[in-house]
Design a protein. Structure first.
Length: 313
């Protein structure tokens, strides 16, 4: 009998957890000779999420991990993958924006042996603010131009993976994680399923525009060194421009004897160059900060409470 592990990160999801569990119970009838384990990862929720998970864990198919504080979704996904015991492992959101009905098709594709992973991508962003959708599309265009690792436009974390691929993902133990990039970086044969955007079953999204913006910056720093190259090129370019300006000032002074005219434009240029310098220092600082966090070797997450499966005690 094959086993499927469902990794479900949760942060303040008290409104949707029971709805999610009911949906999973409904789709189980589509599977033959397949057992399920649902691993809820409570990422430091401040509502009744943990209480509801404890209640659901009385069922044999539910396990959970509860962090000592909020470590972020990336840490929750890693913890869930690490705790999983299934032949196949899926990462899903509890809000039902990742349709459970797709699981059977994903399972059938992996069982064919042709692929190691079945991933999902949204083909529409219906229901999202227009500005947020615009910046999302721009992000995918930029990241795919400056990174050697392909990030599929509209890709979700929702995917079903073979145990071989899960082990490969777990071998990437970096502290600053961007799972969409890691899934692509480890390789393996991936089949993409497309679906239209689904609304949350209840509650509100925990991802504000600001959080998504910072997350996008983290992904660029994690999977591209092009910003560093841009900073270097800009430095060389402005050194060259400054050299030409020095020659221009000298020649003008010798020819016209008026070294002080045009000082407002010079001040503007100085402010512009100063801004570029600060931008380049900021780019370098981003990479330095990530390196600083990596060399500390702090754990990706800390578990305060958990329920193990019967097999592992």
């Amino acid at each position: 009998m094959k086993k499927i592990s469902l990794v479900v990160p949760c942060y303040n999801e008290q409104e949707v957890i029971k709805l999610f569990y009911k949906e999973i119970q409904k789709i189980k009838k589509d599977f033959k000779n397949v057992s399920f384990e649902i691993i809820f990862v409570n990422d430091g929720s401040k509502d009744k999420t943990l209480e509801i998970i404890r209640e659901l864990s009385k069922n044999d198919d539910v396990r959970y991990l509860s962090f000592s504080r909020n470590f972020g979704k990336e840490a929750a996904m890693y913890a869930g993958l690490e705790a999983s015991t299934g032949d196949y492992v899926a990462v899903m959101d509890a809000d039902l924006q990742d349709p459970p009905a797709l699981l059977h098709e994903m399972y059938e594709i992996l069982e064919s042996g042709e692929y190691d992973s079945v991933a999902t991508r949204r083909v529409t962003r219906k229901g999202e603010p227009v500005i947020r959708s615009f910046f999302a599309r721009m992000y995918y265009k930029i990241i795919n131009k400056i990174s050697k690792t392909e990030i599929v436009d509209g890709a979700r974390d929702y995917r079903l993976m073979s145990r071989k691929m899960v082990d490969a993902v777990l071998s990437v133990q970096e502290y600053n994680r961007f799972s969409k990039g890691i899934f692509s970086w480890v390789g393996f044969r991936t089949k993409w399923l497309e679906y239209e955007n689904a609304k949350r079953a209840a509650g509100e999204s925990k991802w504000s525009f600001g959080k998504l913006f910072l997350y996008s910056l983290d992904s660029i720093v994690a999977f591209s060194t092009v910003p560093l190259s841009i900073a270097s090129v800009m430095g060389i370019l402005f050194c060259f421009v400054a050299f030409l300006m020095i020659i221009f000032v000298i020649v003008r002074t010798l020819m016209y004897g008026d070294p002080t005219s045009g000082w407002p434009s010079m001040v503007c240029i100085m402010f512009f160059i100063g801004g570029v310098q600060l931008l380049c220092i900021g780019i370098i600082g981003q990479y330095l900060s990530k390196t600083y966090l990596e060399v500390k070797k702090r754990p990706i997450y800390i578990v305060a409470e958990k329920k193990k499966d019967k097999k592992n005690g």
